[in-house]
Write a protein that binds this ligand. Structure first.
Ligand code: GLN
Length: 309
């Protein structure tokens, strides 16, 4: 662990410079057309520590589409709302399948494998849509309060793009509904899900917003309890086994941190009792994980000896 902040700044700077050639190894997400327009050269990384330091380099203050990173926050909201009964409708096993795969969901009778694949996040969106009078506003309010920034907003362009290209997510939600595992109407569930995916935030905001997961559920800046210690442990366990989709095994093997990626190119990694790393670079590998983001976090984890295992 580096306690000396100038040293960490220098390390991040060197790491970022060393990534310039890796960008060409990935491709920006095209299946959501609004995401395909992003400049692939943008990249940034930020470390927020529980003792209040923020160290960032590159485009770490440039907002991007958080996409599936939103699944972490939705899960925390649903766990807080539902308690243990949530786990009757959703599992906590790695899927070993692509994030938007439908195959397993029929075999397993509409019970998603875990809350961070799309099927699971749609189930969580149903929980939120069914239990809040305005789940989209509740979600945005939660994000704004964690990031301490009321300017955080939904990118309407991305939202519309997801809505008009969301047939696979609709198929997942209708399949779960056919098994009786979705309460609200499917369009309402999709509306919530696409809204939370379309929020724009930057690396610094995401790293700071997730500090509670590095601090046993409480926000170290305010001492507010965001979730119970047990739920913080459970979320980190799910992120360790499933947060990088069907590359989660490799990520645990080579990095060893609970993490979550999004097809906007962001990756957050939790370092328990230390802080959060957020890396961003839009080009993705075949699993939908940022190529440079993974490489940055991997190098940092090696150099600082951060693996939890
Ligand atoms: N909104 C995206 C989708 O549903 C999120 C996927 C992701 O970030 N992995 O396909």
């Amino acid at each position: 662990m580096i306690k000396n902040i100038p040293d960490l700044q220098e390390k991040l700077h060197d790491l970022l410079l060393s990534q310039k050639d890796s960008i060409t190894q990935g491709k920006v997400a095209e299946y959501i057309p609004a995401l395909a327009k992003i400049n692939p050269q943008l990249m940034g990384v930020c470390v927020a520590t529980i003792d209040g330091n923020i160290v960032g380099v590159g485009d770490y203050q440039q907002p991007f589409s958080i996409q599936s990173i939103s699944k972490v926050f939705g899960l925390v909201m649903a766990m807080n709302r539902m308690g243990d009964s949530l786990w009757q409708r959703i599992n906590m096993e790695p899927s070993g399948q692509a994030f938007n795969s439908i195959i397993q969901l029929e075999w397993e009778k509409g019970i998603p494998r875990n809350p961070v694949i799309n099927a699971g996040a749609l189930l969580i969106s149903d929980v939120l849509a069914s239990h809040y009078s305005s789940s989209k506003l509740a979600f945005l309010t939660f994000m704004r309060s964690l990031a301490n920034d009321d300017n955080i907003h939904i990118d309407q362009n991305v939202y519309q793009s997801e809505l008009s290209h969301g047939n696979r997510n609709a198929a997942l939600a209708y399949l779960m509904k056919s098994f009786g595992n979705i309460e609200a109407e499917v369009p309402e569930v999709l509306n919530h899900y696409f809204t939370q995916c379309s929020i724009s935030m930057n690396c610094q905001q995401l790293a700071q917003s997730l500090l509670f997961l590095a601090n046993k559920g409480s926000d170290p800046r305010t001492n507010d309890i965001i979730c119970s210690r047990q739920d913080s442990h459970r979320v980190n366990a799910i992120l360790s086994t499933s947060g990088m989709y069907d590359q989660s095994g490799e990520f645990a093997f080579s990095v060893g941190l609970p993490a979550k990626s999004g097809v906007g190119g962001g990756i957050v990694a939790i370092v328990p009792n230390y802080g959060v790393i957020c890396a961003w670079s839009p080009p993705l590998n075949n699993y939908g994980n940022s190529v440079v983001g993974m490489s940055l976090i991997k190098s940092l984890a090696h150099e600082l000896n951060l693996s939890i295992y």
